[in-house]
Design a protein around this ligand. Structure first.
Ligand code: ATP
Ligand code: MG
Length: 250
């Protein structure tokens, strides 16, 4: 197995959140992770990226249990980019994780340059991260993970905090990462986030409720997620925004 989990279970105290989860991802696959609020998407991602270490079953990366050495190959991007920003400048922010793993200076500079190019933040190296737009902050958070050269990137609702313009910026970066052969899993409530995924995994009642091709998911209404009303309203507003953006050009 390239990446996935076997018979994985997790509880917060007495509360069983995930039960007997078996999912397998192929290298380079682009997958959407969906499910109602509280269905366990973020918990699953934190387990699969090695942030949580106490669980039943196994997380597998390249045929082995995910461990201290390999978890660096699995990046996790928080919903709110503010949670991930630590540097005083953009380049320092990207450098932070690299310094932690003792990367040599030459290699560090090379990786920072590359990561900022991938996310389209070249030229902003010396900027204060707090002065960036929402989309730029999220792209910076992605750059910090990309610089660690992960093979798998788990993105937890990466566009929820963004306006439609910021969202488009992030989509472009995600597409680029898919083209670079990264294995990407994106948790989302926005159908627009899931337009390009080839596969959908849906969680319900702590279990995998659907796992298959994106088109099958949308064809079968039984599997469709019930969105809370605010999402419906947001979706309508966003649709108008998207049309406006399309009209104004990229
Ligand atoms: N630190 C915690 N302690 C106790 N319970 C928690 C904790 N974090 C999450 N939970 C509970 O675990 C369940 C799954 O939460 P999780 O955040 O993984 O869901 P989610 O699918 O990411 O939801 P959302 O769509 O709102 O982001 C929820 O019932 C939540 O209340
Ligand atoms: Mg969540």
């Amino acid at each position: 197995m390239f990446f996935g989990c076997k018979n994985m279970g997790f509880s917060y105290g007495e509360n069983k959140i995930l039960k007997d989860i078996n999912i397998e991802f192929e290298k380079g696959e682009f997958t959407g992770l969906v499910g109602d609020n509280g269905s366990g998407k973020s918990t699953l991602m934190k387990i699969m990226s090695g942030i949580f270490t106490e669980y039943d079953g196994e997380v597998v990366f390249k045929e082995e249990s995910l461990n201290e050495d390999t978890k660096i190959k699995v990046g996790y991007i928080f919903q709110n980019p503010e949670n991930q920003i630590v540097g005083v400048t953009v380049e320092e922010d990207v450098a932070f994780g690299l310094e932690n793993i003792g990367t040599e200076r030459e290699e560090m500079l090379r990786r920072i340059k590359w990561a900022l190019e991938v996310v389209g933040l070249k030229g902003l190296e010396k900027s204060d991260p707090n002065s960036l737009s929402g989309g730029q902050k999220q792209r910076l958070a992605i750059a910090s993970i990309v610089a660690m050269d992960p093979e798998v990137i788990l993105m937890d609702e990466p566009t929820t905090m963004l306006d439609p313009v910021g969202r488009r910026e992030v989509y472009k970066v995600i597409k680029r990462l898919v083209n670079l052969g990264k294995t990407i899993i994106i948790a989302s409530h926005h159908s627009a986030d899931l337009e390009e995924v080839s596969r959908i995994v849906a969680l319900k009642d702590g279990k995998v409720h659907f796992d298959g091709k994106r088109d099958e998911f949308y064809k079968n209404h039984d599997f469709n997620i019930e969105y809370p009303i605010e999402f419906e309203i947001k979706k309508k507003i966003n649709k108008n925004y998207d049309e406006l953006v399309k009209y104004l050009g990229d």
